[in-house]
Design a protein around this ligand. Structure first.
Ligand code: FES
Length: 166
């Protein structure tokens, strides 16, 4: 048997994921956001080839697909780390100390928001109001809330994640 016949290549996996998403949402350009969101969720992020494939299937210009993919924060267009930290950047969180948290995070991890650390451990993303202004300033790590944060508490939370992973 040819060695390739027994395995599934990365591009086949991505192609199959797109097929599943299209089976679910169809090829109506109106479903573009949902298609990209669902595909991003399944694949972790969308590469340029993925966006080209979506444009082809939906018969849309690549520029439109690219524009939508890069507009929505829940659609990733670059590889994400093991942990994704979402930081609310709206006024209530910002005024309650969010700006200090943001600076401390960038300093500690050595990356800017929108980037992933070289070791692939952390991705930093900003989002609009997370709907928990009562906990301002708020961040979400892998879907879990952390509120009323100070720089010290946030440092301790990151250290705990890192300790647990060794
Ligand atoms: S403004 Fe930050 S959660 Fe609402």
């Amino acid at each position: 048997m040819h060695p390739k016949a027994s395995g599934t290549s990365a591009s086949e996996v991505r192609g199959e994921a797109l097929q599943r998403v299209i089976e679910r949402y169809g090829t109506d350009p109106e479903a573009l956001v949902e298609i990209l969101r669902s595909l991003s969720e399944q694949l972790g992020y969308l590469s340029q080839d993925d966006l080209v494939a979506v444009a082809k299937v939906l018969k849309l210009p690549y520029s439109r697909v690219y524009g939508v993919a890069t507009f929505y924060s829940m659609i990733e267009t670059s590889p994400v780390g093991t942990h994704t930290l979402l930081m609310c950047e709206d006024a209530p969180c910002h005024l309650a100390g969010g700006a200090d948290l943001r600076r401390a995070l960038e300093r500690r991890l050595g990356i800017s928001f929108g980037e992933t650390t070289a070791d692939g451990r952390w991705s930093l993303r900003t989002v609009s109001c997370l709907g928990r202004c009562d906990l301002a300033p708020v961040v979400m790590i892998d879907g879990r809330w952390y509120g009323h944060l100070t720089v010290e508490r946030l440092e301790a939370i990151l250290a705990r994640y890192e300790e647990e992973e060794g």
